[in-house]
Write a protein of this length. Sequence first.
Length: 300
Amino acid sequence: MLARAKRMIQSITPGIGRALLTSIGILLLALPVTGDTPPESFKKLKNRLTADGFNRDEILALYRQSEVRFDSRSVGLFFIHSESKLNYGQFATPKSISKAQKYQQTHIEPLARTEAEFGVDKDVITAIILVETRLGERLGKSLVFNTLSTMAALSDDTARKHLWSLLPEERRLPKEKYEKKADRKSGWAYNELKALLNYTLNAGIDPTAIRGSYAGAMGICQFMPSNISRLAADGNGDGRVDLFNHEDAIASVAKYLRHHGWKSGQGYEKAYKVIRRYNNSRPYAETILTIAKLLKNSAE
Ligand SMILES: [Ca+2]
């Protein structure tokens, strides 16, 4: 996803396929190893969160945790050029389809229940979970809290200059574009960070323990935190939404697609458009529909 990836990063809807990381692994190597925290990088961010109503002691305690740091490695990926592309063909191979079929057998009951409740094709749900996280096997290694805090901190000049200095000169965006993007993405990340904190604090989850994509998407279905309160679903009926639980993730994909206009029995074009709301990429949507068709045919 990276000629691609650049565009896609800008247009994340619920999440960015974890598979993307496979294709950009090499980029990660090009970026500096972190441990490069600029002094007081999160000071203004902590004050802002407190001013916005979060409990000061809780916020200070979170940012004191040893694993919390300025994550230039993940966030730097938003600001460099790359020609890497994700090979979507890998998801439609016989081996991959066979794994998806096994997944459908394992989760036959929740998939059927979700299809009945939301009217969303179980083959499409399975295809999305396959491409996003290889059916839950690749959930991402970045700490979502660090990614979002780092991006949000770029509203501050010191943090912004620090990240700029770490980006490889031959790969980074022109300075003007970097500034514009940092403006836009820091505002976006701050809202996502607040959504992450609201979700985790309400659910009794440690926000600093959640890993996800380098862009902050989390769980088996790779939702951005801001989508959780409105569009995630409690598929197993235990009273809480856990995007690392397969039943909840299955139901959440369906709820998201239905919210964006999915109708049972719709044609290819309409299905294609709704899937692009999940991830705004032509090859992504085409791949999902190809996989869904292969799954459907194999079941007949
Ligand atoms: Ca649940």
